[in-house]
Design a protein around this ligand. Sequence first.
Ligand code: ATR
Length: 274
Amino acid sequence: TRKLCIIGDPVDHSKSPVIQNTMLRALGLDYVYLWQRVPRGTCEQWLACAKYAGYAGFNATMPHKEDLVPLLDELDEDARLIGAVNTVCIRDGKTYGYNTDGAGFLRALADAEIDPAGKRVLVLGAGGAAKAVCLKLVQAGADVVVCNRTWEKAQALCDHDPAHLHPAGFDGETLAGQAAQCQLLVNCTSLGMEGTEGQFESFDFLDRLEPSVPVVDLIYAPPETELLRQARERGHKTVNGFGLLVNQAVLALEHFTQTKVDPAAMKDLLRDVL
Ligand code: ATR
C-alpha cells in the first residue's frame, strides 16, 4: 500500500481523502489517502518527512499552494503559469509539482458545454482560486474583467496579463455595469460558502445579464449557492463547483498513479458520496 495525503492548515474540512479513497478503491489501486495538518511555514520540513516516509505524493491546500513553488525540483506549465501547486508527486526522491485546478476548471466548463474562447468573462474575486481561473480563461482565449472588494488584489492579479485582464470594483453599480457586458459569469469569492458568514449585498446585478449568460460558482457546498439560485430563477444556465472538484482530483490521481482515469465515471461515483 502506497501513501498519499492532503496537506493544509486547517485541513480537516478537505473532501480530498473521501474523493481520492473512493476513486482509488473503485479503480483497484493499492493506495491510502490521509489528512495531514502541516503548519504554515513548514513545507520544507514536510517535504523531507514525506520523502523519508515514502509518500507517493500529496495534494496541497491553504496556505501551502504558493509556498511549495520554490521548494520543488520540477514544476509543470500550469504550476508555473499560476504560481501555485496543488499536486506533488515524489519519484525516486525527486519532487514534481502540478496545478490541476486550472485544467480542472476548464474541463468542468467543457463538461457543461461552455466555451470561453472569444468571450468577455466577469470573474468575481481575486484570491488564489480566481487567479487559476483567470489565467486559464485567458489562455483559452477569453477577455476577463476581475471585480474584487479589495482593489489592490484585483490590480495585482490583472498585472499578470494587462492585455486580457481588467480590474474593477465590487460595488453594486460596477457589478451591474460589468454584468451587462459579459458573456459568462464566474464566482470565485467565498460569498455563499458553507461555514462562512458573507453574502452578496444584492443580486440586482443579475438583472443586467443577457439571458444566454451562464453563471458558474466554484463553490460546491452548498450545492446551490444563493447566487446560483438567484441566477437559475432568472432563467440562466448554472454550474456549481462539483465538476471542478472532481476534475482536479481526477487529474491529480492520474499524476500520482500514472493511470488514465475516466472523469465521467468518477463523477457518477462521487455524486452519491459527496
Ligand atoms: P481562495 O483561495 O478560495 O481564492 P481567498 O484567496 O481567501 O480564497 O479569496 C477569497 C475571495 O473572496 C477574495 O477575492 C475576497 O475578496 P478580498 O480580496 O477583498 O478579500 C472575496 N471575499 C471574501 N469575503 C468577501 C466579502 N464579504 N465581500 C466581498 N468579497 C469577499
